[in-house]
Design a protein around this ligand. Structure first.
Ligand code: DGT
Ligand code: CA
Ligand code: CA
Length: 594
């Protein structure tokens, strides 16, 4: 991914709330937001650039800054971070925010900040459409794109107009969906905050969040507690709350500053399990189990399983499933895709877990577009509990990402050998994320690929080929004798780009015939392979690897979301390549890279 991509819309830590857990990414997000707000205000470009550079520096800095400052150490001298910015870092670590950001948030019209979140609109363009066309909302943007006014603006043009028409249309239609990983830290902080309210025994974030869907529309939070105004007041006082939509003693809905809606319900403890089942969903799963209840003469609702007027289950989820003659169904499977039948037969799959992963087979370093060194990435992978890490920087064709040519790859190989002699507890594998060219050729000569432990192939161009050509292109790439893993098979970017049009069953069949592996890329905006394709792959005996595509040390955290999606695809430990011990993995790679 190019270095210039702005970081994902990050969770915004609020003053006081969980301030202890401010990560480097949180600090960078504050700086990035300040830069955007300054740019909307047309402030001095040097000042804006200073904040953008600072955001990047902080992201690329391996040690955890909050921990460092917390232990009484001083922040080391970092490039581009002078006294003023260092003081702001201290302020953010202490309070979760900084006075400058809060002031700017008040100064800049919120509508412009909202426009900024439409893919394709940066601060400069937001200012442009605002000043020249009076555009303030996604509707107005859509209208201006539709009737051609947008394309006539200086620096816009027909292609951008088309892209913005789509982006604004998508926003208007489905509302906005948030990548799971982008909301998870904020959701967990809020749940933690609610657990501290008086009278609350238990808090669960249910809904699509709990089912680990790749994106969530809103958060559905349940608290085991008696209905009370006090609890709802505590909820509304959460510093990230931007707007209260509705409020009563048993439930309230708010919108957070990030734009995410959150519903909170207070549930009496005797019905907590039944409410968990109901609000975890999915709707399709709920309908199917309600039908099953009816067939047995019971009534199932969010309050429990009832025989006549007698509640026979409801306190726990297991009791609800048990009353219906079902083994407890893991949330990730609750989509009415056959899970009820297997739960009835007691044959639910033993889903893969994060702790089963022994390695990561896709990661970048500074050599291409990553932010950290080989050694920093290796240490971080080990700290994440991994035993091996494949270094797969980009290949030469990807100029924006400073791709490696054969000579650079050889030099990196020597560095990896030296590190492997020195490092304990982690083994680096030599790899490449090689570009799949338009015709299916790989972007490096065979001799270069032959030096490597594994070759990860990926599409980064020609996303628009017609299905038959796109499919032929992938199959040809996979035929290459050194090819091992197909990275992010569809290439979609959530909220930004549809995936390529490709015959996925044919790709899976080719992977089976060829003995290679498909990647489930756990980058928050990718989450690619999709759950149903994971399942199809495992049914054909094609291994899937859950990889982070890490560009910085913190990215190994994303493995848990990748595992979530793998579980949604019914994958067990045996189906996931990187659960294998290193020796077995090497054996697999040897066989496939003939
Ligand atoms: P989202 O928010 O779009 O990512 O998806 P969910 O699954 O979180 O859906 P949401 O927030 O609309 O509702 C939360 C859960 O409540 C949903 O998973 C199942 C349950 N639910 C909502 N509406 C209905 C309904 O009409 N019938 C039934 N049986 N359950 C429903
Ligand atoms: Ca929801
Ligand atoms: Ca909801």
């Amino acid at each position: 991914m190019p270095r210039t991509r702005p970081p994902e819309r990050p969770p915004r830590p609020g003053p006081g709330a969980g301030a202890a857990a401010v990560s480097n990414a949180d600090i960078a997000a504050v700086f990035e937001e300040i830069a955007n707000l300054l740019e909307l205000e047309e402030q001095n470009p040097f000042r804006i650039r200073a904040y953008r550079n600072a955001a990047r520096t902080v992201l690329g800095f391996a040690p955890d800054i909050a921990a460092l400052l917390g232990s009484g150490q001083a922040l080391p001298k970092l490039p581009g971070i002078g006294e003023d910015l260092a003081a702001k870092i201290g302020e953010i670590v202490q309070t979760g925010s900084c006075a400058l950001r809060e002031r700017l948030r008040k100064e800049v019209p919120p509508v412009l900040v909202d426009l900024l979140s439409i893919p394709g609109l940066g601060p400069t363009r937001v200012r442009h459409v605002y000043h020249e066309l009076g555009v303030q909302t996604p509707q107005q943007l859509y209208a201006a794109a539709k009737d051609g006014r947008l394309g006539k603006l200086h620096g816009f043009g027909a292609r951008l107009q088309e892209k913005l028409l789509q982006a604004a249309g998508a926003r208007l239609q489905g509302g906005r969906r948030f990548p799971l990983a982008a909301v998870a830290p904020a959701a967990e902080k809020l749940a933690e905050y609610l657990r501290r309210a008086p009278g609350v025994a238990e808090v669960t974030v249910a809904g699509s969040f709990r089912r680990m869907r790749d994106t969530v529309g809103d958060l559905d939070i349940l608290a085991a507690a008696q209905a009370s105004e006090e609890l709802m007041r505590h909820f509304q006082a959460y510093p990230e709350v931007a707007e209260v939509l509705a409020s009563g003693p048993a439930r309230a809905s708010v919108v957070l500053r990030s734009g995410l809606q959150v519903d909170l319900r207070a549930i009496e403890p005797q019905a907590y399990g039944a409410a968990l089942v109901y609000f975890t969903g999915s709707k399709a799963h709920n309908i199917a189990i309600r039908k099953r209840a009816q067939e047995r003469g019971f009534k199932l609702s969010e309050y429990g399983v009832f025989e006549g007027s007698r509640r026979i289950a409801g306190r726990t989820e297991d009791s609800v499933y048990g009353a219906l003659g079902l083994a407890p169904v893991p949330p990730e499977l609750r989509e009415d895709r056959g899970e009820i039948e297997v739960a009835a037969r007691g044959r639910l799959p033993h889903l893969v877990e994060r702790a089963d992963l022994r390695g990561d087979l896709h990661a970048h370093t500074r050599a291409s577009d990553g932010f950290n060194t080989l050694e920093e990435m290796a240490q971080a992978a080990r700290a994440a509990g991994l035993e091996y890490l494949a270094i797969t920087d980009h290949s030469q064709r990807l100029k924006v990402a400073h791709g490696l040519d054969a000579a650079a790859l050889r030099r990196q190989g020597a560095e990896i050998d030296a590190l492997n002699r020195r490092l304990r507890g982690i083994t680096l594998l030599k790899g490449i994320e090689v570009d799949i060219l338009e015709n299916g050729d790989l972007d490096l000569p065979d001799e270069a690929l032959a030096q490597l432990d594994l070759v990860v192939g990926a599409v980064h161009s020609y996303f628009d080929l017609p299905r038959a050509r796109q499919t032929r292109r992938l199959l040809r790439a996979m035929e290459h004798r050194r090819f091992a893993i197909l990275a992010h098979p569809t290439g979609r970017l959530i909220g930004e780009r549809e995936g390529i049009d490709v015959d996925m069953p044919a790709v899976i069949e080719a992977a089976r015939a060829r003995g290679c592996c498909l990647e489930l890329n756990a980058q928050p905006q990718r989450m690619d392979l999709f759950d149903l394709h994971c399942r199809a792959a495992s049914e054909r005996g094609v291994p899937v690897c859950v990889s982070t595509d890490a560009h910085r040390t913190g990215d190994f955290d994303n493995l848990r979301y990748g595992v979530g999606q793998a579980r949604r695809g019914w994958l067990e430990k045996k189906d996931v390549l990187n659960t294998r011990p290193l020796a077995e993995l090497r054996h697999f790679l040897k066989r496939c890279m003939r």
